[in-house]
Design a binder for this molecule. Structure first.
Ligand code: FRU
Length: 493
């Protein structure tokens, strides 16, 4: 009798056949999309055996969320991705209701260890239980630990939820493994817990690193914890945030960077500063890795849960990752910029210096939906200009607009007129002022993806723009008086 296929073998065969039906033109230029079906959070982002590996929350059988698998892709330049077969399927008793988010680390003997949340089905009258699992492999095929789950709810102090207990981020340091994971505490709500292990398999609880104390949202998802430029950074993705008056945070799902000091002996984390990671409309669950050249690189799901319901399904896939971004900390602030490899996609240059703009105007050579565009707004030399606007993805009355109120130091990103008929948030406002008289905008476009970096990466704003690709116009205008600009455009290959 022929052996029946395992769940993982069946997925691998299914995705291989289905993916053949998706031509490259149906995908994005350089943003990763799922091989087939649905994608959410980045998982297991790491550099291993000569390339970057990026796994992702994956439901291969449909373009909506379902039983979670781990999809897998590799890249050497963070722009061109090679799909690998599905890495994990929910096929063991510890994860039969889903392999939720997690991370990866190379073991001292050169194997790749995946750590993820195994979801176990509810027994009657109960909710699903979440616990942490591991699987070890060669970077393609992984064997789940028979002892899974290796971190269970009964290892937690009183008051922590085992229903909300997930998203381990693992690292190896001074001969020991550590991981952070999130849980929900009855009083403190979103909480990040630290665990420690000598071998990656036997774990013990160490401490609570930080909690939201019912501020900064409720449950904190997808933590990441790393040292950068003399600071310690804790990234979390809170659910149910409240909007703040200073426009730092919007209501709903957010992404927050907590910057502070960490004592590796006592494991105490002292939070000093709090900021949004991204100020846009479609950004969630970021995860970082350390590149061999020392860069801390972050990638996020380019979506939020609020924007997934009834989202248009233009493609036989759903979900995408942001462009990988290089992180740094300057004067207590987290900066991010597109990875420098992006310059290898430049296919020409239009450089317009000292342009004076008044009425709405297009500029020669500046258009497109696959573009790396830098605009330097000389605010100090435009004394009468109160407001500068940049429209992109523009045609036939449709456009997305970036409005910079130079007097008030505010910027609005507004896709209300992009053509979307969906009743979702379409605008965000952020505080951003010119520095030494100059406001710099860098806008990266890849079909319906827009990523805006302000003042050399001091703020980033990510959004999807649901406008037909023929709308490739870009125009500039000033209110109050003329604005002086330098504009540099690089079409992207
Ligand atoms: C974040 C998240 C994680 C969870 C995963 C499930 O977007 O809710 O907390 O592990 O998605 O797909």
């Amino acid at each position: 009798m022929p052996r029946t296929m395992t769940k993982l073998e069946a997925v691998r065969e299914f995705e291989r056949k289905e993916a053949e039906k998706i031509p490259a033109s149906e995908r994005l230029g350089f943003h990763l999309t799922p091989l087939v079906g649905w994608m959410n959070d980045p998982n297991g982002f790491c550099y291993y055996n000569g390339c970057f590996h990026l796994f992702y929350q994956y439901h291969p059988y449909n373009t909506v969320w379902g039983p979670m698998h781990w999809g897998h892709a590799v890249t050497t330049d963070l722009l061109h991705w090679d799909y690998q077969p599905c890495a994990l399927a929910p096929d063991s008793s510890a994860d039969s209701a889903g392999c939720f988010s997690g991370s990866a680390v190379e073991t001292p003997d050169g194997r790749l260890l995946l750590m993820y949340t195994g979801v176990q089905p509810a027994s009657t009258g109960h909710k699903e239980i979440q616990a942490q699992c591991v699987a070890v492999g060669d970077g393609r095929d992984f064997v789940k630990d028979r002892a899974n789950p290796v971190i269970t709810g009964d290892m937690l102090p009183d008051g922590f939820s085992t229903v909300d207990f997930r998203d381990p981020k693992i690292w190896y340091e001074n001969g020991r493994y550590y991981c952070v994971a999130s849980s929900r505490h009855v009083i403190d709500q979103g909480t990040i817990l630290l665990f420690e292990s000598p071998d990656g398999h036997a774990w013990k609880f160490v401490t609570v690193l930080d909690s939201c104390h019912d501020q900064l949202g409720k449950m904190w998802e997808c933590p990441d914890f790393f040292a950068l430029d003399g600071s310690q950074v804790l990234l979390v993705s809170p659910q149910e945030m409240r909007a703040t008056d200073d426009s730092e945070f919007h209501a709903g799902e957010g992404t927050v960077a907590l910057l502070g000091r960490y004592d590796p002996v006592t494991h105490a984390f002292a939070r000093q500063k709090v900021q949004a990671v991204d100020y846009g409309l479609d950004f969630y669950a970021p995860q970082t890795t350390l590149a061999p050249d020392g860069r801390r690189i972050m990638v996020a799901w380019m979506q939020t849960w609020a924007n997934t319901h009834n989202a248009p399904q233009h493609h036989p896939w759903f979900g995408r990752m942001t462009l990988p971004r290089e992180l740094s900390v300057k004067q207590g602030r987290l900066y991010q910029n597109p990875v420098r490899e992006l310059e290898t996609l430049w296919a020409g240059e239009t450089r317009l210096t000292d342009v004076q703009v008044d009425e709405r105007t297009a500029l020669p050579g500046i258009r497109g939906r696959s573009l790396d565009l830098t605009v330097k707004v000389h605010a100090a030399e435009s004394p009468d200009c109160r407001r500068f606007t940049l429209r992109f993805a523009e045609a036939g009355g449709l456009f997305t607009e970036i409005r910079c109120d130079l007097d008030r130091g505010e910027l609005a990103f507004d896709r209300s007129h992009c053509g979307s008929r969906r009743d979702i948030a379409h605008t965000r406002h952020i505080k951003v002022a010119p520095r030494d008289g100059l406001l710099t905008l860098r806008l990266i476009l890849d079909k319906d993806c827009a990523e805006l970096f302000l003042n050399d990466g001091a703020c980033a704003l990510t959004a999807l723009v649901d406008t037909a690709l023929e709308a490739d116009g870009i125009s500039f205008a000033a209110d109050g008086g003329p604005v002086r600009l330098d504009v540099i455009g690089h079409p992207l290959k």
